[in-house]
Ligand binder design. Structure first.
Ligand SMILES: Nc1ncnc2c1ncn2[C@@H]1O[C@H](COP(=O)(O)OP(=O)(O)OP(=O)(O)O)[C@@H](O)[C@H]1O
Ligand SMILES: Nc1nc2c(c(=O)[nH]1)N[C@H]1C(S)=C(S)[C@@H](COP(=O)(O)O)O[C@H]1N2
Length: 195
């Protein structure tokens, strides 16, 4: 069986230097635990805001660990040391602009400063790589989208499109818990059990 392999990279000068405890990877892991119905394996990296080290971590997770999906958190803003999108683009084969566009749209529902994130989505080889902002709460916000008080989706989170993208990249068939995030696929791409 082709198990989903996910790489998680937390990019933070202070967390990587031990000034504060990293909350990025635990927040990513706990959100994925709540959202994924399929089995998955995880590989994690905590790196400072250094472009070469971020590039190295992404390449290692894609080229050597064969991750189908890599999520980064942190370093997407305009500050001098925010270089995660630059590192991601430097090792990308192709850009997926819809991810960055949709994440900024979603985030505007939570913070007026959402447009300050330069976050991108790209493909390297057969892996999808997505940048999330550094605030631990932004992980759930962007992946899951905006819900009303009854839990109905108002703005779709970007994770809704991730399973089909992985499928198009010849990765495993990923299923999600629809109460957290419903995976979109055209009917022709759904498994028979899902129809
Ligand atoms: N890994 C993390 N763990 C906990 N909190 C974080 C983490 N990364 C970022 N944050 C919080 O989110 C804010 C914005 O994230 P950003 O990536 O811009 O970090 P920063 O201000 O450059 O600092 P640093 O890189 O040292 O974490 C940070 O100031 C911090 O409060
Ligand atoms: N969903 C969400 N998006 C967000 C935020 C947030 O708190 N939640 N913070 C914004 C802010 S204040 C900044 S500066 C940019 C970049 O954040 P980063 O440098 O932590 O990646 O992301 C923006 N996008």
């Amino acid at each position: 069986m082709n198990t989903l392999r996910i790489g998680l990279i937390s990019v933070s000068d202070r967390a990587s230097n031990g000034i504060y405890q990293d909350q990025g990877i635990p927040a990513l892991e706990s959100w994925l635990q709540s959202a994924l119905a399929s089995s998955w394996e995880v590989e994690t990296r905590l790196v400072p805001d250094e472009q070469s080290l971020i590039e190295q971590a992404i390449c290692e997770l894609v080229d050597e660990r064969f991750c189908h999906l890599v999520l980064t958190t942190g370093g997407t803003g305009p500050a001098r040391r925010d270089v995660t999108p630059d590192a991601t683009l430097a090792v990308a084969d192709r850009e997926m602009p819809g991810f960055g566009e949709q994440m900024r749209q979603i985030s505007l529902n939570f913070v007026p400063t959402a447009i300050l994130s330069r976050q991108v989505g790209v493909i390297r080889k057969q892996s999808l790589i997505i940048n999330l902002p550094g605030q631990p709460k932004s992980i759930k916000e962007t992946l899951e989208g905006v819900k009303d008080e009854a839990g109905n989706t108002r703005v779709h989170g970007i994770f809704a499109s991730v399973p089909y993208c992985i499928q198009l990249l010849d990765g495993p068939y990923v299923e999600t818990h629809s109460a957290v995030v419903a995976a979109f696929r055209p009917k022709s791409a759904r498994r028979e059990t899902n129809l």
